[in-house]
Ligand binder design. Sequence first.
Ligand SMILES: O=C(O)CCC(=O)C(=O)O
Ligand SMILES: [Fe+2]
Length: 277
Amino acid sequence: MGKQTSNTNSLREWILTTARDGHDIDMILLMMERAGYESRQARKIVAKTLNRPAVALDVEVKPPAGKLPRHPEPPMQIVGGQRTEVSVCIDTPPIRVMEHLLQDDECEQLIELARPRLDRSLTVRQDGGNQVDEARTSRGMFFNPGESPLIERIDARMAELAGLPTSHGEGLQVLHYLPGQQYEPHFDWFDSSKDGFKLVTLKGGQRVATIIMYLNTPAGGGGTHFPNAGVTVTARRGSALYFAYQHGDQASLHAGLPVTEGEKWIATKWLRERPFK
Ligand SMILES: O=C(O)CCC(=O)C(=O)O
Ligand SMILES: [Fe+2]
């Protein structure tokens, strides 16, 4: 590193080139610190340049104190009377792609029930509140746990799939993305070094698994991408993506890729280590 990195643009270029040359993030940070950058500032710039949440660069893996999910086993599972096939298994992070987890008419009903209740999606702020976030441009809504027989049935099916009691589930969330809309790389676990951690984990503790149900098949784009695992799951009506994680798990970094054509509807179920309600 030399004088050429004294302005931000060329510093960003240097970070990108160095990462492409195969140096890992710790090495890039070390080189920056040796060149006089303060550690926090270096992490911030590297995270922004490589489109990684800053937390990705500085966290410890901590297993939950509460219950762990049970990963669905191939070749198939019968959950809530629904026969679902496990078509893909990945070890790191534990990922399962599930076929026919929802029936077509359940997907349709979820979309129609959610449509009039959609609002701009929020993300959890560091102080524990919610915020509109440019990284998440979809619109969404939450069903109340067990608010109707359909929701009750789906909540129960998802809990059974992950081997956790229904009480460990957050309210089912539906998201709607139009062309260009996406959810940038993020973790679903909560970062214990953030001020709001106590508040967001007060009820239910840490998140331990996520199930993303694809309610339609977007005409283009819209897959769920795990940049650190090098995996993209195709969004297809009725299928679902299960993945599990612990605090600090870098492999679980994931993104909702931009929809390029048509629209994308998903329902997300986040599961906690302890009862959420
Ligand atoms: O849209 C997607 O495929 C990903 C959604 C997601 O990551 C989430 O809801 O936590
Ligand atoms: Fe997510």
